[in-house]
Design a protein around this ligand. Structure first.
Ligand SMILES: [Zn+2]
Length: 413
C-alpha cells in the first residue's frame, strides 16, 4: 500500500467508509491503512471524505457528552444513559483515566442502558474504544484517522486580537500562533489599533466529519497600522514571501501574549510619549503575567534594586541589554544562559510602582533607546539554493491570502 498516490489513498478511504466495516466510527484505524491515513494529517491538501454520520446499532442510540472540569466518571457515564449496574465496572478501567476535561465522549447504548461501545478522542490523537466482552469490558486505543482541511479566516480588530478571533470563530491556539509568528514585528500589547486586520490559513483536523482540533498556521497576513506583514510556514519557521525570516533577534514585546494580558494593550498611551517620560516602556498587566526574554541572553543581574523593585537585567549579543522591573517573582539566576521567549519572571509592583505593571528598557551600549525605533536584525533567510522550492510552496498560499483579504475588503466597502 505504500506506493499509493493521493488518489489511491482517497479511494482506499472511500472503500473503507462504504464497506460498513467501520460503521459506527468510520475513521477508526482498522488496518495498516491507518498509517497511511495518519500520515495525511500534516499534509496541506484536504482529503475529500464526506461527513460520516454515526450509525447506531438497532434498538440503540448514541449520546455524546462533554467531560467537564470537576466532573466524575460515574456522573458522565450516567449522563450517557449507561445503566447503574455497569458503571462500577467501567470506572475501574484504566483507559478511562485518559479522560480530561473538555473531551467529548460518545456512547452507543441500548434502550435498557447496556453499553455497546464507548469512544473518545484523546489529546494525543488516539481513539479510545471500550466495549463489552462477556461480562467484562475491554478497551483499545488506536491512532485516530484524522484528516486535515485548510481553514481560511479573516477578521478586523475592534478591541483586541482575541475579540477578533472569537468573532471569526478562530481557535485560541491559532490566535496564539499569530502572536508568535508576528512577534518580531508587532507588539501585540501595544501596536494593535482598531481597524487592523488579519487573514489566516490554518490546518483544521477532522474526525468523523467533525472538526476536532486546529493544527498549525500555514500562512497569514497581518495588517498593523496600514503595514502588511505576511508569513508562510516552511521547514521549521515562518518566512515572508521574499524568503526573509520573520524571526528576529528580539521580540517586540517582553510580555507573553495571552487572553488575560491582551485586553490591556489598547488602553496604553502613545508609545513615544510614554517612552520619553522615563526612558522605558510600561506594560500594564495583571500580577503574575509571564515576562519573557526578548532575545538570547546571559542574566547580568537578578534581584532587588531600589525603585526598580525586583529587576532582571539581560545581556544580549553585541551591545544590547534589556531591563525588566517591578517583578513580583524572579525566575532566573545571575549568570544563567537563556533563550528568546524563556520565562525570566512575573509581573508585579515591587519598588516604585503604583500598580501592577512591567517597566521595560532596551539599551544599546548602556544608553536607553526606544526599541520601536531600532531596526531588529533577523534570523537567517531561506538559503539561495532552496529559494525556488520555497517560492513554489509559498505562491499558492499567498494567492489564497490575497483572495481572502481582497474579498473581505470588498465586503467592507
Ligand atoms: Zn516605567
Amino acid at each position: 500500500m505504500g506506493s499509493l498516490g493521493p488518489l489511491g489513498r482517497s479511494a482506499a478511504l472511500a472503500v473503507l467508509a462504504a464497506s460498513g466495516v467501520v460503521a459506527a466510527f468510520a475513521t477508526i484505524a482498522p488496518s495498516p491503512d491507518a498509517e497511511i491515513l495518519l500520515s495525511r494529517t500534516s499534509s496541506v491538501e484536504a482529503l475529500p471524505i464526506p461527513a460520516q454520520a454515526l450509525l447506531p446499532s438497532p434498538a440503540s442510540y448514541i449520546r455524546e457528552e462533554r467531560f467537564q472540569r470537576g466532573d466524575t466518571l460515574a456522573a458522565l457515564l450516567s449522563r450517557l444513559g449507561i445503566t447503574d449496574e455497569q458503571i462500577p465496572k467501567l470506572t475501574q478501567l484504566r483507559a478511562l483515566q485518559l479522560l480530561r476535561p473538555g473531551y467529548y465522549v460518545a456512547a452507543d447504548v441500548s434502550s435498557e442502558g447496556k453499553l455497546y461501545l464507548l469512544s473518545f478522542l484523546t489529546g494525543r490523537d488516539t481513539l479510545v474504544q471500550i466495549g463489552p466482552a462477556g461480562d467484562r469490558f475491554l478497551a483499545s486505543e488506536e491512532r485516530a484517522a484524522l484528516y486535515t482541511q485548510i481553514a481560511m479566516k479573516s477578521s478586523v480588530i475592534q478591541s483586541s486580537l482575541f475579540a477578533a478571533t472569537d468573532a471569526a470563530g478562530i481557535p485560541d491556539s491559532v490566535a496564539m500562533q499569530l502572536a508568535d509568528i508576528f512577534g518580531g514585528d508587532v507588539d501585540f500589547h501595544r501596536d494593535l489599533r482598531k481597524g487592523d486586520q488579519f487573514t489566516v490559513l490554518y490546518e483544521l483536523h477532522h474526525l468523523a466529519g467533525r472538526p476536532v482540533r486546529a493544527g498549525k498556521v500555514l500562512a497569514a497576513e497581518f495588517v498593523s497600522r496600514g503595514k502588511a506583514y505576511r508569513a508562510v510556514h516552511y521547514g521549521n519557521g515562518y518566512y515572508a514571501p521574499d524568503g526573509s525570516n520573520l524571526r528576529k533577534a528580539f521580540l517586540r514585546s517582553p510580555l507573553e501574549f495571552s487572553r488575560v494580558s491582551s485586553g490591556f494593550g489598547l488602553r496604553m498611551h502613545p508609545i513615544a510619549k510614554a517612552w520619553r517620560a522615563h526612558q522605558g516602556i510600561d506594560y500594564a498587566a495583571p500580577t503574575g503575567t509571564r515576562v519573557r526574554s526578548v532575545g538570547d541572553a546571559v542574566v547580568d543581574y537578578a534581584g532587588p534594586r531600589g525603585g526598580y523593585g525586583n529587576v532582571v537585567i539581560l545581556r544580549h549579543h553585541g551591545q544590547y541589554t534589556t531591563v525588566y522591573a517591578h517583578l513580583s517573582r524572579i525566575a532566573v539566576r545571575r549568570g544563567a544562559r537563556i533563550g528568546q521567549n524563556d520565562t525570566i519572571g512575573f509581573v508585579g509592583q515591587t519598588g516604585w510602582a503604583t500598580g501592577p505593571h512591567l517597566h521595560y528598557e532596551f539599551r544599546i551600549a548602556g544608553q536607553a533607546r526606544n526599541p520601536f525605533s531600532v531596526a531588529m536584525p533577523a534570523a537567517l533567510p531561506i538559503a539561495a539554493q532552496e529559494l525556488a522550492a520555497f517560492r513554489a510552496h509559498a505562491a499558492p498560499l499567498v494567492a489564497r491570502l490575497e483572495l481572502l483579504a481582497n474579498s473581505n475588503l470588498a465586503l467592507l466597502e
